[in-house]
Design a protein around this ligand. Structure first.
Ligand SMILES: Cc1cc2nc3c(=O)[nH]c(=O)nc-3n(C[C@H](O)[C@H](O)[C@H](O)COP(=O)(O)O)c2cc1C
Length: 169
């Protein structure tokens, strides 16, 4: 296996949660499924997080212009939404993605998806284009928590859910 293939195989074994990064503003409304959402800090002036988006996705350019986004952490029953915003089996048109699912605007106008287990509305703090991907860092300005705390996971190229291990509290 070459280095790239073994990197991809190794990373496929790291189960991650699944989020849809959305943005709205003067550049328009866009959204994309990402597994690269990561908490950065809860202890700065405001909490912060990051995710990575491919430079060819229109979401990257839109966030750079709108200067804001919402990270919608999907609940374990939202596989269809993950597929929709990954452009799987449907239109590549981002406007269609939003007409297929209920959402509403958060405090700073960013699209919060109905049923997400948590939504993190952010102002763009900084962005770095690293080779093929933009690393987007956001300062969180509002959080919504649903009554469904279990997040959808993705690992070994399939959707999964987390279960308690015996012996754990
Ligand atoms: C579970 C899952 C996780 C993904 N994670 C990312 C990611 O972190 N970054 C990214 O750029 N694309 C990611 N993708 C791929 C994008 O969702 C997909 O390529 C995108 O919808 C392309 O459409 P666009 O170019 O119109 O945005 C992921 C897809 C899936 C199904």
């Amino acid at each position: 296996m070459d280095l790239r293939a073994s990197f991809l195989e190794g990373m496929s074994r790291a189960a991650t949660f699944v989020a849809v990064a959305t943005t709205d503003g003067e550049a328009g409304r866009f959204g994309v499924t990402v597994s690269s959402l990561t908490s950065v800090s809860a202890d700065g002036d405001q909490p912060s997080l990051l995710f990575c988006v491919h430079h060819l996705s229109p979401v990257g350019a839109a966030i750079l212009k709108n200067r804001a986004f919402c990270a919608n952490l999907l609940a374990e029953d939202q596989q269809d939404l993950s597929n929709l915003f990954a452009g799987r089996g449907g239109s590549a048109d981002h406007a269609d993605r939003f007409t297929s699912t209920p959402w509403d605007a958060g405090e700073i106008g960013q699209p919060c998806l109905d049923g997400a287990t948590a939504t993190f509305e952010c102002r763009l703090a900084t962005a770095l284009l690293w080779e093929t991907h933009h690393i987007m860092v956001g300062r969180v300005v509002s959080v919504r928590l649903s009554d469904k705390p279990s997040a959808l996971l993705y690992g070994q190229r399939a959707y999964r859910k987390a279960i308690h291990l015996a012996g754990d509290s």
